[in-house]
Design a protein around this ligand. Structure first.
Ligand code: COA
Ligand code: ZN
Length: 306
């Protein structure tokens, strides 16, 4: 069993795209620096999407060229179309992710395209990215349940995953965008995908809407998955998917990994400083499932001096 878990921190993109409070480019960079200091080595920094659709990401071009320590960190960006790819290329982005939702309505709401159009645009964008020498990933979003169409057939998710690999994607990220999956469905879908495509080329993107994100992560780990998208403090949610709450919290997965013999390379104390900064910047309380326990540990340490 591979005992290294790779965490791709998506807080600066999935987390900040949905905040009411405007976070400046300087503050986003401070947050990303704090994540790098905590040991994160893969970070989805932003998205090159329409600023009308997602004003929170309008500073992508400025942000990307100012990212700290690009030689040590694999920074990626989400791009919805060829226009986004061109912007990313101009900013020397080395890794992009396209986004294909598994249902007709979700593609319409998210990127104003039908499922067929979105598939075509993803294929074109992946092709352009690969020709430009970038690493190219594909999200298959709403892979378990769609907020508009309900349960999504696993065969469709597998077919879309197959299409993205056929188009040259180096990795496919299977996303429970609205956090509706339960562990048995995760075992089944991730197991089938791992059997067909190889677990090393897959990643899981989970949300904690119903409190199942950690249980789902464990199901994915047991299916052989070793790459996860997480967000510090659970910050996150898609503005176009009603009811989507925060992501699987980075600290939750780091702690689960640590207690399960899997290494992440992330320092919990430094990660907590990054979460504190994110709370200040977004003006909202953050924290995953282990937050209460971490607080109890702090109190105990303060009392006993240990
Ligand atoms: N970056 C910046 N601007 C873009 C762009 C991009 N990647 N793609 C299109 N635009 C601009 C066009 O130039 C046009 O500008 P104008 O009105 O000033 O002429 C405008 O956006 C509309 O372009 P159009 O091609 O008609 O796009 P659309 O209105 O159908 O929107 C998307 C399609 C994909 C651009 C938009 O829905 C989008 O950015 N969605 C992102 C959703 C998202 O981030 N979801 C969360 C993550 S999964
Ligand atoms: Zn998400």
């Amino acid at each position: 069993m591979n005992d290294v878990l790779t965490i791709n921190e998506v807080g600066p993109r999935d987390g900040l795209q949905n905040q009411r409070v405007a976070v400046s480019c300087d503050d986003k960079l401070r947050l990303i620096q704090a994540l790098v200091d905590a040991g994160l080595r893969a970070i989805e920094a932003t998205s090159f999407v329409s600023p009308k659709a997602v004003p929170q990401m309008a500073d992508a071009d400025e942000l990307f060229v100012r990212l700290p320590q690009p030689e040590r960190v694999a920074y990626s960006a989400l791009v919805p179309n060829v226009r986004g790819l061109q912007r990313a290329q101009a900013c020397q982005v080395r890794e992009i992710a396209v986004v294909l939702s598994a249902t007709e309505t979700m593609n319409q709401r998210n990127i104003n395209m039908s499922l067929d159009q979105a598939t075509e645009v993803c294929i074109q964008t992946l092709d352009g990215a690969i020709k430009a020498g970038m690493r190219a990933k594909a999200y298959v979003a709403v892979a378990f349940e769609c907020p508009f169409e309900g349960a999504v057939p696993p065969e469709r998710v597998l077919a879309l995953t197959r299409a993205m690999f056929a188009a040259g994607a180096a990795e496919v990220v299977i996303a429970d965008t609205i956090g509706a999956a339960a562990p048995r469905a995760v075992s089944s879908l991730m197991g089938a995908a791992a059997a067909e495509f190889g677990a090393a080329r897959l990643s899981a993107h989970l949300h904690d809407t119903r409190g199942f994100a950690l249980a789902n992560a464990w199901a994915a780990i047991e299916a052989g998955i070793r790459k996860f998208d997480t967000s510090l403090g659970g910050l996150g949610g898609c503005p176009f998917a009603p009811g989507a709450a925060g992501n699987l919290a980075t600290e939750d997965l780091v702690q689960l990994a640590a207690q399960s013999g899997l290494s992440t390379g992330i320092d919990m104390a430094a990660l907590r400083s990054a979460i504190a900064l994110a709370q200040t910047l977004t003006q909202r309380p953050l924290g995953g499932r282990i937050t209460a326990w971490l607080g109890i540990q702090d109190t105990y340490r303060a009392r006993t001096g240990q």
